[in-house]
Design a protein around this ligand. Structure first.
Ligand code: NAP
Length: 269
């Protein structure tokens, strides 16, 4: 029996257990996916303990994504992003740390027919998700503009992302940036708590593909506005799905049963 899991605090409402267990059921794997809520001060002990117990893989969520960097051998992308969301214990030697949020966003876009290589992309937000998406898009050949409420954070991130430029989140700036953009990603939490959007509706247009990292609710105001503008829309559950698919494939070496994982996820949203 292989044991996988999620480290976070809190993790009670996580959608990862049903998504991963649907994959084990579909492929007939003897495996379980469990959640752990260590105290923040015990994160290093938690990872050492997981290794000692023979746990095969862990996902990592808030508030540990950054702290875990110091406890594992982080790969180059996770190091640049500054966050680990997947730990792999299956190799020889020390556990390795990876960030599958970046690939999750890219696979979500590609799955909807969006070409990223050569695209002009605007990433709104410069927190954990914004960093992952900005590096992921730039590595995949997009030119990235980063707009964030705290403009200095966007500029600092843009200094690290090849070819990127940082901006504030003023409406005029967004209208200007989006006028000739191909891809827009909302990587802020705006739209989660209230029916709000970080991007004015009149900045959206039919040549855009819009990915909203927010997945609760699935249909955010941004995505409704994007649909009305004739844009291609990609909801946040696709990004969540593909970050999980990437972790599953890394841990098991098997091709993930994407449809079964997607169905389990959407059943619960
Ligand atoms: P985070 O590190 O706390 O960053 C939050 C970001 O949102 C920052 O850029 C922050 O701007 C911005 N923000 C917060 N409130 C705002 C407001 N009222 N107006 C404008 N900007 C605001 O959080 P995170 O981990 O990046 O997560 C961001 C969102 O992405 C969450 O909704 C999360 O659920 C989602 N997410 C989804 C996936 C997925 O797989 N679908 C994966 C990761 C995250 P400042 O810098 O100015 O504070």
């Amino acid at each position: 029996m292989d044991v996988f899991g999620l480290l976070g605090n809190p993790v009670g409402h996580s959608l990862s257990p049903p998504m991963h267990e649907a994959a084990y059921d579909e492929l007939g794997l003897e495996a379980r996916y469990v959640t752990f809520e260590p105290e923040p001060s015990a994160i290093e002990d938690a990872i050492d303990g997981a290794e000692a117990l023979g746990i095969a893989g862990l996902n990592v969520t808030i508030p540990f994504k950054r702290d875990v960097l110091e406890c594992v051998e982080a790969d180059e992308l996770a190091t640049r992003i500054g966050a680990v969301n997947t730990i792999d214990f299956t190799g020889e030697g020390a556990p390795t740390g990876h960030n599958t949020d970046a690939v999750g966003a890219l696979r979500a876009l590609r799955d909807h027919g969006v070409t990223v290589d050569g695209a002009r992309a605007v990433v709104v937000g410069a927190g954990g998700a914004g960093r992952a998406v900005a590096f992921g898009l730039a590595d995949a050949g997009a030119t990235v503009e980063i707009a964030n409420r705290t403009a200095s954070t966007a500029r600092e991130l843009a200094d690290e992302v090849p070819g990127a430029t940082g901006h504030g989140l003023e409406n005029e700036t967004l209208v200007d940036l989006l006028s000739d953009a191909d891809v827009l990603v909302n990587a802020t939490s705006v739209g989660m708590e209230e029916d709000e959007t970080p991007v004015p509706a009149d900045a959206l247009h039919g040549d855009l593909a819009v990915l909203d990292a927010v997945y609760q609710p699935l249909e955010t105001r941004l995505l409704r506005d994007a649909t009305a503008a004739g844009a291609t829309t990609v909801d946040g559950a696709w990004m969540l799905l593909y970050q999980g698919v990437e972790a599953f494939e890394r841990w098991t070496g098997r091709e993930a049963p994407v449809d079964a994982m997607n169905a389990a996820l959407r059943d619960r949203l």
